[in-house]
Each structure stands twice: as C-alpha cells, then as structure tokens.
Write a protein that binds this ligand. Structure first.
Ligand code: S3P
Length: 447
C-alpha cells in the first residue's frame, strides 16, 4: 500500500497515511521553502522603497501570495512570483495608491497586521481590508489600538476588534508603545507606521520577538535604535528606504517538521539545507536539544543579514521537558510539532505561557489536544499551555487540520510514527506555508 495517497473529498483534500508495520525512516537531503516572515517583509519593503528590490528564494505559499496581491492592488509592480528571482519596483514611502478593491489578506495575520501599519499613515487614501474565515476571527485590536494612539483612523467590526475593517490614511504622530504581548506582528506594524512620522516611534515588548523587520529595515536604509536590555526598538522618522537584494533563507518553522520527524523515526538521518537560524527563531533547536535530539548545524553563514546553516538530524530517544517564559516567542510557531515530539518522548512535557496559541490560524492548544488525542496521545489542556504524557504508542485515526497549516503538517508527522492508517482531512492547508510538504515527505520516506 502506498505510504501517502491524496483524494479530493467535498472540496477538500483527504490524505491517507499508511506507515508500514516495520516503520518509516527519513533519509537524504532536502531544502525547505523560503522563510514566511522574511518573504512578507521583503515584498512589503520592496513595495514602499524607492527603486528596485530583487528577492531570491521567496516562499511561494498562499500567505506571501496574499501580500503580493494586496500590494499590487496598491500600485506596486511585482513580477510574477517564483522562488528564483522576482523584481519589485517600489513606489516610494507614502506613495501607495488607493486600491479600487477590497484588500484581501487571505489566511495571513502577518499580511493584515503589518499592512495596517502602512495603510494608517498613507494620507488621503481609503482602504478596506478583509481576510478568510480564520483571519476574520483573529484579534486586530492589538494593532488598531496603538495605531489609534498614533492618530490612525481605523474602523473594525465588533467594536474595533475584527476584520473586515476600514482605514482612512492620515498623518501619524510618534508614540512610545509598551506592548503587553511579545508579538513581532505588533512590533513590525508600529515600526512601519513610524516610518512616515516626524520623530521617534518606540516599541517596548515584554520579551524579544523575531527581529526580521529590524534587520531588513536597517538594510533598506531606515535609522533604528535597538535597546536589547529593555527589548525596545526605535525608528527615527521620517525614513527613506532604498530597494535592496534580499535572499530569503529556508524557514526554520518548516524545517522543524523534518527535525522532529527524523528525531522520532528510528533509523532516520536527514540534512535540511539552507535553514535560517536567526537567534530570535531558534527556540525550537534549544528545546529539541534539551529533549535529547541529535541535531548539528553545519556550514554556518550570513546571507543578506540573516544567519543560515544546514541542519543534520539523526534519530534519537527523546525525553520530556518543561519550557515557557521568554523562549515562547522564539518558538511560537513550532509548538504543534514540539507537541508531537513530546508525545513520542519518554516522560512528561509541559508547555507554559503559550496563551497566544489560542489566537493563531486555529486555537492551536485545543487543536493539538483534540486531534493528537484522537490518536491516543495523553494531552491535558490548560488556559495557557499543555501537558503531554509521552511514550504512549499512538494509533492512526481520522483527524482534521482545522484548516491550520501547522496542525496539518504536525499531524502528518505524528501519523508516520503511529500504528495503522491515519486519514488527515483538509490536508491542503499545508500550502499556506509549505506547498511541497507532502511531495517532499514522499521523497525522503523509506518504507
Ligand atoms: C510572525 C509573527 C508571529 C508568528 C507568525 C509570523 C511575523 O506572530 O506566529 O507566524 O512574521 O511577524 P505574532 O507576532 O502574533 O506572535
């Protein structure tokens, strides 16, 4: 029987995963697609810079496509998307056009939240913004409120909370915002809003979130001051941005699926090439090391301002661990696959301070508990975390991605290590961040 077979079922894809009785090992080398966060930022900064931006290695997932679509609607010239080389002819800061249609951010929180920072300061233009069923339920007040403090004119559904929303662009004033959450989307939104203001806009966050915006803004010529002791960043406005060449490294959040899969499937050895290892993203490597994973970075290098390495992973016996606090923003998107690692580890794993997972593409704490639970995992759900009792063999089951890309891929990896057949419903969600995921899985899996 084939390891993977994909069928269409009621407008969705249903993936059947049949691991052979002797188990599956993953071997060989692979490349993961471009980093999602960096891809969004390269498109956006390219669109608002003066001159030409060249992007190599862009993620061709649904999310960056949403960003490209929105910025094209505002007059940015973005060549046809491909992962080799695309060219963005920037309009210059403050020069976006009023779109004649609704801006649709699709499933992408990064598109909507970062874009709002730019729209708010775009004088004399009116914008309407929406997203898919998931995005229209995700909190937008976390960016709307500080933008309103800067003078932004934004109206949103449900008393300022949710998309669809409308923005009347206006001249913004700088503020110092103390964010209650460590969110790179909030931080980046306000940095982008600060670009057009006269003076200093500062964002202080409770813990350091990913710093791709800071790195890329500086590379494009913006003047920033970063105070790492207080997790504060200041943009000195008004800025002038000049188009650059951006080489997008592979996404560590996508690599994480292979790192865990090869760790838990005996006899595996994979080389995951060209992975971004920005320290604000490598919490997953630290937790996997603590769990006893055998992962070695090779060929470390710096590529257009971002650290990159090849990661060699060999299977090993994992043990449970506890993590929370400051590391959470540095592994926020990897918690679904770390929960799978925990289910295959000896002992108990506790994940703390992760309430943010409740407002991702799905309520990821609930999704992990319910879907891994169907496979026999012992998962206890707390308001802001999970406890997973590892070492209990999982059994294949019928599970659902809940349309969340990272839940889809995490469940597929859990299914590879389980006994019997798994049916994964709405598997197509993986295309948000990793369109080739199942094809690559078929290539590296040895029955
Ligand atoms: C992202 C920041 C994170 C992350 C998301 C991408 C970004 O969200 O979960 O997938 O590109 O800035 P938060 O800022 O909401 O934590």
């Amino acid at each position: 029987m084939a390891l993977l077979s994909l069928n269409n079922y009621q407008f969705h894809q249903r993936l059947t995963i049949n691991p052979p009785a002797q188990g599956v090992a993953l071997t060989g080398r692979l490349r993961v697609p471009g980093d999602k966060s960096i891809s969004h930022r390269a498109l956006m900064l390219g669109a608002i810079a003066t001159g030409e931006t060249i992007i190599e290695g862009l993620l061709l997932g649904e999310d960056p496509r949403s960003t490209a679509h929105c910025f094209r609607a505002m007059g940015a010239q973005i060549s046809e998307l491909n992962s080799e080389k695309i060219i963005v002819q920037g309009r210059g800061l403050g020069q976006l056009q009023e779109p004649s249609t609704v801006l649709d951010a699709g499933n992408s929180g990064t598109t909507m939240r970062l874009m709002l920072g730019l729209l708010a300061g775009q004088r004399d233009c009116l914008f309407t913004v929406t997203g898919d069923d998931s995005l229209r339920q995700r909190p937008m007040s976390r960016v709307i409120q500080p933008l309103q403090q800067m003078g932004a004119k934004i109206w949103a559904r449900n008393n300022g909370k949710f998309a669809p929303l409308a923005v009347q662009g206006s001249q913004l004033k700088p503020i110092h915002y103390h964010s209650p959450i460590a969110s790179a989307q909030v931080k980046s939104c306000l940095l982008l809003a600060g670009l057009t203001t006269e003076g200093d806009t500062t964002i202080t966050e409770p813990a350091l979130s990913r710093d791709h915006s800071e790195r890329m803004l500086q590379a494009f010529g913006a003047k920033l001051t970063i105070d790492s002791a207080t997790h504060s960043v200041t943009v000195h406005g008004p800025a002038h941005l000049t188009g650059q060449r951006v080489v997008v490294p592979g996404d560590i959040s996508s690599a994480a699926f292979w790192l865990v899969a090869a760790s838990i499937l005996p006899g595996s050895e994979l080389l995951v090439e060209n992975v971004g290892i920005n320290p604000t993203r490598t919490g997953v490597l630290e937790v996997l090391a603590q769990m006893g994973a055998d992962i070695t970075p090779e060929n470390e290098r710096l590529v257009t301002g971002e650290p990159v390495a090849d990661l060699r992973v060999r299977s090993s016996r994992l043990r449970g661990c506890t993590f929370g606090g400051e590391i959470i923003p540095r592994l926020i998107d990897e918690i679904p696959i770390l929960a799978v690692a925990a289910a295959f580890a000896e002992g108990t794993t506790r994940i703390e301070d992760a309430a943010e997972l409740r407002v991702k593409e799905s309520d990821r704490l609930a999704a992990i508990a319910s879907e891994l639970g169907k496979m026999g995992a012992k998962v206890t759900e707390f308001d802001d975390g999970l406890e997973i009792q590892g070492g209990i063999p999982l059994q294949g089951a019928e599970v659902d991605s809940l349309t969340d890309h990272r839940i889809a891929m995490a469940l597929a990896i859990a299914a590879l290590g389980s006994g019997g057949q798994t049916i994964l419903n709405r598997a197509e969600a993986a295309a948000i961040s990793y369109p080739e995921f199942f094809a690559t899985l078929g290539e590296v899996a040895q029955g």
